[in-house]
Design a protein around this ligand. Sequence first.
Ligand code: PNS
Length: 162
Amino acid sequence: MRVLVYPGSFDPVTNGHMDIIERAAKICDKLIVAVLVNHSKAPVFTMEERTMFLKMAIGDRENIEVRSFSGLLVDFMKSVNAKTIIKGLRAVSDFEYEMQMALLNRNMDQEIDTLFMMTSINNCFLSSSVVKELARNGARIEDYVPHAIAPYIYEKFKKAGG
Ligand code: PNS
């Protein structure tokens, strides 16, 4: 069985992530979307919120699972018995960081490989940071995130006082 793991901080999930999820699910038997901690970023949403948003956006899908994990990605890979990571690439600016991660992960576990999928052209400008910036300032985010989660994002910034 071909299992792919799509890791990320998903703070929050965007339509760009959803595009990769949909396309990745087509080329494997099982896709595990893994919500992890990126220690170089302070998240706005809790791990529980980020996981819930993904579950709401994905719905009930036979071959897609959403999990969360707070250690190293390579340890998560072992815990689910998977060997292949899939990540999305938007632009050259993503490449250096993603290459570092891919090499580092393979250095820690020789059996692990990372595949990259290019974003769809209409999502290449989109990021979780952009969505947060728009929502924080009261601009429309409905075109950029799954419909069901937009109200939760606005609510968070309202509570936090903008
Ligand atoms: O969506 P992001 O923020 O680009 O995702 C990065 C993420 C969460 C996949 C990466 O930070 C990660 O793998 N975190 C888990 C800890 C880990 O394994 N770090 C890499 C070795 S230092």
